[in-house]
Write a protein that binds this ligand. Structure first.
Ligand code: CP
Ligand code: NVA
Length: 304
């Protein structure tokens, strides 16, 4: 159980087979945990987490995840580190990798993550950058597999901002060979290079019409219109009311479609309460699955 890549900065670094193995192993770890507990396969291993931005799910799922596998995590806010006083990323990465078995970092600029990975001797995991959120997408596809029992050939609709989570979802669809239809306002499309790359493996449709994107979808996904790195409230006007996932829009998807949102959500903005708190929503399983996929990922990288 290991990945060819040393780090997981984007899902483009892993193969279709590795992606599927990670998801299946996450499902196994979840069952094992519910039956009484996981084996201490990461005994005495340590994870160092560096946060430039706030987090609830990523921090807690990584910390509890490694604990449940017999290891430990420490949490560092970049403001409390010498990084904030000008110590270089190179020196920080070299130092941390002398203490710890794995580094997980949540950063603004994706290039900072690439630099940490370049200078670290131990695996580096992207816990969210302004460009990608691969850990979220592992949990999303685990949740989809639990609900649909397959991934290949499904239609996934992304409605709203073509942001970091959307970019990773596109790579996820390529790995799963699921079709993706993305509806964003003009100027809010996902990364064109990511779309180009993913099109080699699957169908990716980009439209400005959410009704086209959601038609016959098996899975409907959205995210906030204002990300941590993109907080200008004026953006919201570009999305509302057209790109809100409400019951009228949701009714255009397949009857048995599921609704995903990485959270945190803003009810009444990108999604209405009747959808996110309604029967088609699987957002709490999705949030829980961060724990199981984080564990699988750490086992695959640290035990490699
Ligand atoms: N979905 C997600 O990454 O949540 P946090 O920002 O709370 O970690
Ligand atoms: N797109 C959001 C995801 C948060 C988990 C952000 O970057 O803030």
């Amino acid at each position: 159980m290991k990945l060819k890549t040393k780090n997981l900065l984007t899902l483009s670094e892993i193969s279709k087979k590795e992606f599927s193995q990670l998801i299946d192993y996450s499902i196994k770890l979840k069952k094992e945990l519910k039956k009484g507990g996981n084996k201490p396969i990461l005994k005495n291993k340590t994870l160092t987490m560096v946060f430039q931005k706030p987090s609830t799910r990523t921090r807690v799922s990584f910390e509890i995840g490694i604990f449940q596998l017999g290891g430990n995590a420490i949490n560092l806010s970049s403001n409390d580190m010498q990084l904030s006083r000008g110590e270089s990323i190179e020196d920080t990465a070299k130092t941390l990798s002398r203490y710890t078995d794995c580094i997980m970092a949540r950063v603004y600029d994706h290039k900072m993550l690439e630099k940490i990975a370049e200078y670290s001797d131990v695996p580096v995991i992207n816990g969210l950058s302004d460009s990608f959120h691969p850990c979220q997408i592992l949990a999303d596809f685990m949740t989809i597999k639990e609900n649909k029992q397959k991934l290949k050939g499904l239609k996934i609709a992304w409605i709203g901002d073509g942001n970091n989570v959307c970019n990773s979802m596109i790579y996820g669809c390529a790995l799963a060979e699921a079709k993706m239809s993305i509806a964003t306002p003009k100027g809010f499309e996902p990364d064109t290079n990511v779309v180009k790359e993913a099109k080699k493996s699957t169908e990716i449709e980009i439209t400005t019409d959410p009704k086209i994107a959601i038609k016959n979808a098996d899975v409907v996904v959205t995210d906030t219109f204002t990300s941590i790195h993109n907080r200008d409230p004026k953006r919201i006007k570009k999305f509302l009311p057209k790109y809100q996932v409400n019951s009228d829009l949701m009714n255009l998807a397949k009857k048995n479609a599921i609704f995903l949102h990485c959270l945190p959500a803003k009810r009444g903005s990108e999604v209405t309460s009747d959808v996110i708190d309604g029967p088609q929503s699987v957002v709490w399983d999705e949030a829980e699955n961060r724990l199981h996929t984080q564990k699988a990922l750490m086992v695959f990288l640290i035990n490699a």
